[in-house]
Design a protein around this ligand. Structure first.
Ligand code: GLN
Length: 392
């Protein structure tokens, strides 16, 4: 057989997706891969049915259907507080995953350094490999996940071309404070770097935390490629509707990269989703209230199960400390948990560059009944562990 590419030689299967498979095999409640088990808003599914009947069913404009981009630009202008021209600044892509990849391919040359906070969402590592970039990791220190400004500065000083910023953060639930973001902004100006954001949890930020869009900071819109999607905000992760917002010149390049990668996001889904982009503020308030209830319910469960965790300020994940059970192998612990307790989590080590083995990630984007059922099982964890232990 001819050789396959060296670029992909060190690729590993996504641990998040693997844990979903393990959950299915074991009949475990899947709190690993983060996606809702509840329906999207009815207005959206109704619009989808109408679109099935009346179309469009052929390609949309490569960089996004005009009505979708117009509605998106209006909504994001409102929340981000910056001018956004749908014809100049917006590219609609296949999920934020493509948004990040297209952004990286547009601004990074092979061999360039890209600053990534660790722990990080696993795709950023693959994005770096595929675009030939070399990641420079800066630790977010558990349990609070703050960063050392001098270390960050040293990372920029290595000649960074870009920084990747996931805010609110997956997997930590950290919401970067305005001060932290201003300090990143200062460094990106000083070292003249891009900032590529992943802000898919922009509407899931628990009071009193507040989301600051990086592009809204003074002078930052020019050097920021804001990536996000409709997946989490409207509970439609399978629709794969993502986008980038960037300055006009960069958008022109991102559009070409996107065109050659995927041509376009699904036309009927863009059409159906236009209605969601026009939802009133009440929708976002209710979304947040629902996620706040889910978070509080799940954290109560963890308290009752006697498990330690870092309280998430945003997104729908929580990192739980399993050090008292296993300090050396979180993969093994997650396999055991799925098999014996019938709840699936993601081993924390798949997010960390550092040798952290005592954390696992649960997500709580689930119906309250699912979370309650998972909670009942987790409350039994300690006694199942004591009764059977884990034989290596
Ligand atoms: N963002 C979700 C997670 O971190 C889903 C990732 C994926 O599988 N695309 O679990």
């Amino acid at each position: 057989m001819p050789h396959t590419s060296t670029r992909t030689a060190n690729f590993e299967e996504s641990v998040i997706r693997r844990m979903t498979r393990v959950a299915m095999e074991q009949g475990a409640i899947n709190l690993s891969q983060g996606f809702p088990d509840f329906d999207p808003p009815e207005a959206l599914t109704r619009a989808l049915a109408e679109t099935a009947a009346k179309g469009p069913h052929q390609y949309a404009v490569t960089w996004g259907a005009a009505n979708f981009r117009a509605a998106l630009a209006e909504k994001q202008r409102h929340y981000m507080g910056i001018p956004i021209d749908p014809d100049k600044h917006v590219t609609v892509v296949c999920g934020s995953t493509e948004a990040m990849m297209a952004a990286m391919m547009s601004v990074v040359n092979p061999g360039d350094k890209v600053v990534v906070f660790s722990p990080f969402y696993e795709n950023y590592g693959a994005d770096a490999i595929l675009s030939g970039a070399e990641p420079v990791y800066v630790p977010l220190e558990p349990p609070d996940f703050g960063f050392d400004r001098d270390r960050l500065r040293a990372a920029f000083a290595q000649g960074a071309k870009a920084l990747i910023l996931c805010n609110p953060s997956n997997p930590t639930g950290k919401v970067f404070s305005r001060e932290e973001l201003l300090s990143i902004a200062g460094l990106s100006e000083e070292f003249d770097t891009w900032v590529i954001t992943d802000e898919v949890y922009e509407h899931i930020v628990y009071a009193p935390a507040e989301h600051t869009y990086f592009a809204s900071l003074p002078g930052m819109a020019e050097r920021t490629i804001s990536c996000s999607s409709l997946s989490k905000t409207y509970s439609i992760t399978g629709w794969r509707l993502g986008y980038t917002i960037a300055n006009e010149k960069t958008t022109d390049i991102i559009r070409k990269v996107h065109d050659f990668l995927t041509v376009g996001a699904a036309a009927p889904l863009q059409e159906a989703a236009v209605c969601a982009l026009g939802f009133p503020q009440r929708y976002y308030d209710e979304l947040l209230a629902a996620y706040t209830r889910k978070r509080d319910l799940f954290l109560r469960t963890l308290d009752e199960a006697g498990l330690g965790y870092t309280r998430p300020a945003g997104a729908y994940y929580v990192l739980v400390d399993i050090g008292e059970f296993d300090r050396t192998d979180d993969n093994r612990f997650c396999e055991w948990l799925a098999q014996e307790v019938k709840v699936a989590a993601v081993p924390g080590s798949s997010f960390f560059r550092e040798p952290v083995r005592n954390l696992i990630r649960f997500h709580f984007a689930k119906k309250e009944e699912t979370l309650l059922a998972a909670g009942e099982r987790l409350k039994g964890l300690r006694s199942i562990w004591a009764a059977r232990g884990y034989k290596t």
